[in-house]
Design a protein around this ligand. Structure first.
Ligand code: FE
Length: 347
């Protein structure tokens, strides 16, 4: 990270002289007081029911109260930026590496040095510059009609561009960051020319206009409008919970090559956090074994911490090879991915 392009606040440069500063200012007492009475404020793009049980548990264990504001990722980032130094937010939680990377690049996160986070979060699922850290993993995979398709007919994301899928493919809109990240991962694995061919093939094979969400795309497969779609695993899990007999199944693509595109929900400590040390402790706690099982299972996701198994219902989907590409690389391809998507006419 070079000086003028640094995307998130480096805190070690401050902490190296922290004790010196404390010794010579009246801030020392206030800082101590603040830590004791800390009420952490979290801006969360994750919905309340996915975070409250964890925060309640944390408060019970530590006495630290947590106040949270939930909204969509975009408005939360805008709010953080406009509040600047006066923000009350200590932590940002959001979904998709695209959003985390964007937040870091907009300068609203700070660099954290934490051996706990380095140990608990695999390197490909966190920022190399330690601005953001994955907390849960989701796979963006294929879902197909068990009435009209045999799994042997499926192969890969790339194969869905083949003419044999003409008028049989449903997709969610490309406006959603999930698909932008998927295309960005294809760019990382296949390069520009082949990715263009894949996306234009998908567009040519669409049975109908793209849907506003993953659930609608799967319902279109159930209704017979199309035979296969691409969704995040937990949306499939939700539908499966509602009706275990739905004629849908997951398929893990690209098992012979680059693997399934995985993404994260995650978070970081805000640049202008009033309780940065406390916020870091919460982030570390969320990555630890104790919290990971609950955090992941609330939304039928995979724990980011390898020591923690996924829930039984998630494990029932079977093992798969995940794309090992660093999500930071995927995020860096986002801008190019969006341009490519536009050029190929994927709406
Ligand atoms: Fe989602």
């Amino acid at each position: 990270m070079s000086g003028f392009t640094q995307k998130c606040l480096r805190v070690f440069s401050l902490s190296c002289c922290w004790s010196f500063v404390l010794a010579f200012t009246s801030l020392a007492g206030e800082q101590l007081q603040a830590a004791e009475n800390a009420e952490l404020v979290v801006y969360s793009a994750r919905k309340e029911h996915l975070i409250k049980p964890l925060f309640d548990q944390y408060t019970e264990e530590t006495g630290v109260k947590i106040r949270y504001i939930t909204d969509k990722a975009g408005p939360l980032l805008t709010r953080l930026k406009s509040e600047g130094v006066s923000t009350q937010a200590d932590m940002l939680l959001t979904v998709d590496v695209g959003n985390l990377w964007h937040a870091a690049n907009q300068g609203v996160l700070r660099e954290i040095s934490s051996s706990t986070l380095s140990e608990n979060v695999p390197a490909n699922l966190r920022d190399p510059e330690n601005c953001w850290f994955g907390l849960t993993v989701r796979a963006r995979t294929l879902v197909y009609s068990t009435e009209r398709i045999k799994p042997e007919q499926l192969l890969s994301y790339e194969d869905l561009a083949d003419k044999k899928w003409k008028d049989r493919l449903c997709l969610r809109t490309s406006k959603k960051v999930y698909n932008q990240s998927l295309v960005a991962s294809l760019l990382a694995n296949l390069g520009k020319t082949q990715t263009e061919q894949v996306i234009s093939g998908w567009v040519a094979n669409l049975a109908t206009s793209p849907f506003s969400n993953d659930t609608k795309a799967m319902q279109a497969v159930v209704s017979g409008l199309c035979d296969v779609t691409i969704v995040n695993t937990y949306y499939f899990g939700r539908l499966q919970k509602q009706d275990a007999n739905l004629p849908l199944a997951l398929f893990w693509p690209n098992q012979q090559d680059h693997g399934v595109h995985i993404n994260i929900s995650g978070g970081g400590v805000t640049r202008h956090a009033k309780h940065p040390e406390q916020a870091q402790k919460l982030l570390e706690w969320l990555s630890d074994e104790k919290a990971q099982g609950l955090l992941a299972s609330l939304n039928q996701e995979y724990p980011v911490n390898k020591k923690v198994p996924a829930s039984a219902e998630v494990l029932a989907w079977g093992e798969f090879k995940a794309d090992p590409v660093a999500l930071a690389t995927v995020a860096e391809n986002q801008v190019e991915a969006v341009k490519l998507i536009d050029r190929m006419g994927y709406r």
